[in-house]
Design a protein. Sequence first.
Length: 249
Amino acid sequence: MSKKVLAHRGIPTLAPENTMAGFNTVIDCGIDWIETDLSITKDEKVFVIHDDKLNRTTNEDGSIETLDSSLVEQADAGSWFAEKFRGEKIPTLDQLIDFLNIHKLNANIELKGVVGDDADHLANSLVSQFAEATDRLDPDVQLIISSFNPIMLMKMHELRPNLDYAMLFDVFGMGEDWNLYMQACHAKYIHPDSRGLTEAKVKKMKDYGYQINVWTVDDINRAQELFSWGVDGIFTNIADRMQFLVEDK
């Protein structure tokens, strides 16, 4: 299995994260894997955004699951980064699928856990819309579906059991029972936090037969160390500067 560098939310050092401008920089740099995120609005439209709130990456504010899609559609997701990106929009799920198909770009798509009063209904809506969207993904595009939330993965697996799933763990949430979560979610990929990850832990994950993609690695020496331990991929904000690690010499 070839090693991979996954561009974390695009290349957020070069263009605003999780925007079409950001995804285009991934193509421009010749990178073949992207990592991105899906969330859902109050009126059940699925958008590509990482944070629950719009405040950090747009000129609007509020939690996405409490907002109507009309507000999310008009948000400026670029000018906070640089004036030349003014007017950049928050992409929709459909735009993301179209983009992956056009460029034959492989993707890790993270399902964000849904919160709030209507969480269960919105979670089911997010998962069912995403499941339908995957049906029109080009067969040459590789897809990994990840989440910190095992329930989201279990819901998705119920609808599309043939897709590839990954459980995300941060350094604080990775207890001794991590493998039970992996099995419950039907995950074949494990996505551990780089912080606290040791060669012994990597070996144990490999002994169980999992593929390992580590997040978020922005230090080239650390990336080289992880690859030397046998990890399969790294998520990074500087994919343009990490790509050389996985190219055939």
